[in-house]
Design a protein around this ligand. Structure first.
Ligand SMILES: *Cc1c(COP(=O)(O)O)cnc(C)c1O
Length: 406
């Protein structure tokens, strides 16, 4: 049920909601595949995909069916008991990632927190780091979620301002610079946490070889490497995992977002047993983590990813989109056009990205600005070639215009 007047919904949110978001003025009521519709019945291409959570497309019938079926049977048991869905999800994720063990949580931030706890404990138990001194190196421009600990090591003022004191034990290294990372590592360094491509940071793609070199350095120093693939993982960049572009298999792999195809929050950390063994009963947990509803949804979401070859689609369609963008979006106001798979960005010389996103929405394409100068283009991976072309026909003139039209 929805009121046809978007102002009613927006006013309710402004009146009763905390003001921690500044959404565009569209009120959505329905989604299917790469499309969403607003309360007035206007159709938009979704070129954000809920930050890549909806890679399988909105309301994918197979995932919806799994959700509905499981919701009518058993939704939550807590981990105090076994349920008949969790095992299948763990096995599926382990097979897909090649890791021996999987620890389920709900949100991306919780999975990142889980990886941080694992790396710290591993350092104390296996590297004899003195208690309380473990350090984790994180990257400039990082985004790993919104918990107090995570925003404490962000270098984006909007994320961290006023939320201190920051959790100690984190050191910032410049993203993309292995030499600097090596110099920052100490005897007490237990882990390195990074994104293979920085999504919120502006689709920052490190130069070829960086991940492989970080991998080698971590090996050499006996430091755990944790890759946050909450946004890049599960097909988005044209491979199932972004680390496969450099065969830089991490020690801990963090997944979320598309793991549930946008239907229900499911995240996880994957690692081999040597690392995961640091968790003993009572040391970590989550009431909803590993619940049967989330597990059934995640299994269906992963089946869709594999059966519909969404990683391969992302690669082919991403190349097609980038080619058109590179040809048509140029000029003195354009700093860069870049992407991998269907994770694409247009970077401007000035701070116009928000205005461009507003103009794109008016033209029927929902995209989101990030870091003021970057417009990110991330459609659901199920988008067809024809749909992609149609969306680009709408978006290209706006992305390329020297002056943003209001
Ligand atoms: C979105 C995101 C997170 C946080 O996920 P939430 O589910 O919002 O907590 C963590 N890391 C990366 C790379 C992300 O893109």
């Amino acid at each position: 049920m929805s009121d046809g007047d978007p102002r009613v919904q927006i006013e309710l949110c402004e009146r009763y909601g905390a003001r921690n978001y500044a959404p565009l003025d569209v009120v959505l009521t329905r989604g299917q595949g790469c499309f969403v519709w607003d309360v007035r019945g206007r159709r938009y291409f979704d070129f954000l995909s809920a930050y890549s959570a909806v890679s399988q497309g909105h309301c994918h019938p197979r995932i919806v069916a799994a959700l509905v079926e499981q919701a009518g049977r058993l939704s939550l048991t807590s981990r105090a008991f076994h349920n008949d869905q969790l095992g299948a999800m763990l096995e599926r994720i382990a097979r897909l990632t090649g890791f021996e063990k999987v620890l389920p949580m709900n949100t991306g931030a919780e999975a990142v927190e889980t990886a941080i706890k694992a790396m710290r404990r591993f350092g104390y138990e296996h590297r004899s780091v003195p208690e309380g001194e473990a350090e984790i190196v994180v990257m400039s421009g990082n985004f790993h979620g919104r918990t107090t600990t995570i925003v404490g090591f962000s270098d984006e003022p909007a994320y961290r301002h006023g939320f201190g004191p920051p959790t100690p034990g984190f050191v910032l290294a410049p993203y993309g610079d292995v030499g600097a990372l090596a110099r920052l590592m100490k005897d007490t360094t237990v882990g390195v946490l990074l994104e293979p491509i920085q999504g919120e940071g502006g689709v920052v793609i490190p130069k070829e070889g960086y991940l492989r070199e970080v991998r080698a350095l971590c090996h050499e120093r006996g430091v755990l490497m944790a890759l946050d693939e909450v946004q890049t993982g599960l097909g988005r960049t044209g491979k199932m995992f972004a680390f496969e572009w450099e065969t830089a298999r991490p020690d801990l792999l963090i997944l979320g977002k598309a793991l549930s195809g946008g239907l229900y929050p499911v995240s996880c950390v994957c690692a081999d047993d040597e690392v995961m063994r640091v968790f003993s009963p009572g040391s970590h947990g989550s009431t909803y983590g590993g619940n049967p509803l989330g597990a059934a949804v995640a299994v269906a979401a992963l089946e869709v990813l594999e059966d519909e070859h969404l990683a391969e689609r992302a690669r082919a369609l991403g190349e097609r989109a980038l080619e058109r963008l590179r040809k048509d979006v140029r000029g003195e106001h354009i700093k860069d056009v870049r992407g991998r798979g269907l994770m694409i960005a247009v970077e401007y010389e000035d701070d116009r990205a928000h205005d461009v996103a507003v103009a794109l929405a008016e033209a029927g394409v929902l995209a989101k600005d990030t870091r003021r100068s970057v417009v990110r283009l991330m459609p659901p991976l199920v988008i067809t070639e024809e749909q992609l072309d149609e969306a680009l026909d709408l978006a290209l003139p706006i992305l390329a215009a020297p002056v943003v039209r209001g």
